[in-house]
Design a protein around this ligand. Sequence first.
Ligand SMILES: Cc1ncc(COP(=O)(O)O)c(C=O)c1O
Length: 305
Amino acid sequence: MPIPEVEKIWMNGELVDWRDAQVHLLTHALHYGTGVFEGVRAYDTKKGTHVFRLKDHMRRLHRSGRLYFMDLPYTVDELVQATKDLIKANGLESCYIRPIAYRGYGEMGLFPLEATVDVAIAAWPWGTYLGDDGIRHGIRAKISSYQRIGPNMLPMAGKATGQYINSVLAKVEAVKGGYEEAILLDHNGKLSEGTGENLFVVKDGVINTPPMACDVLEGITRDCVFSIARDEGIPMQEKIMVRSELYGADEVFLTGTAAEIVPIREVDDRLLGEPGPITRKIQDIFYSIIKAENDRYEHYLDWVE
Ligand SMILES: Cc1ncc(COP(=O)(O)O)c(C=O)c1O
C-alpha cells in the first residue's frame, strides 16, 4: 500500500522533513532485523483527535526493546508527547502511527549491544488495512503453510522487525492464492494468529482466543475484546484450538490496530457466512469507543490537544 507523504517525521528527538528521514545503508537493523516497532492509530472524532491506547503501545515498545537488550533512550511519556507533537506538526486528524526503535549505524556483526539505538515515529493517513468491505462483510482467509515462530526461536511477545518476514511469507502466499489473510498455526500445529492480527473463534455463545503459549502477540485490540466481552456478559476464554475448530465455528474474527475488527466469512474454502451477532456486537462497541461515543472506555483515549 503506498504511503501518502506528509511534512514531518520525528527522529531521535527532532522533527525532520519527511524526505530527510533517512538511514545509512549499513544500519544494523537493515541487515539483521534488530528493530522493534509499534502500530498505533489516531482517530478524528466530534470531540477532537485522540490516539487510541497510546501509552499502552509505547509501554509495549519498551517491553519489545527489553526482549532484545535494547534500552530505549526515551521514556514512555516522552514518546507519548513526541507522538502528539508529530500529529500536530503535520496537521493530521485520523492517521496511522509507526514508532520504531532500531540498532543504527556504526557497528556490524551479530553482537549488537555496542550499536546505537535510534528511535523514530512516523504518521500518515491510512485506511483500514483489510478494507471497509472486509469490516462489513468479512474476508476470506487461508491457513498458511508457514508456521508461527516458536517461543524458543524468537520471543513472540515482542514486535521485532526481523520476526515479520515470517508474516510476510504467509501473507504473500495467501494473497497469491486469492485470499485476503493468512492464519498461522503455532509450533505445535495449533491455531495461532493472523499475519498482523489476533484470532477469535466463537462457538455456542463463547468467544475463544489462543493463549500466549500459542505464539501470539498480546494484542492491545485483543485486550479490548476481553474488556468488551466482560462488560457485555459474553463468556470469553483463552483456548488451545485445532484448525477444524475454525471450520465448525459459528463466527470467526481477527483484531489488530491496523485491521481493527474484521470478520472472516470463509476459511480454507469453508463458508462461515456474513458476520454473526457476537462479532457485530464487539464491532459496534469497539467502533463506538474509537469514535469517542462511549464514556465507559474514555480512559483508552489519549487526546492530542
Ligand atoms: C503478529 C500480530 N498479532 C497481533 C497483532 C494485533 O495487535 P494490536 O491489537 O496490539 O495491534 C499485531 C499487530 O500489532 C501483530 O503484528
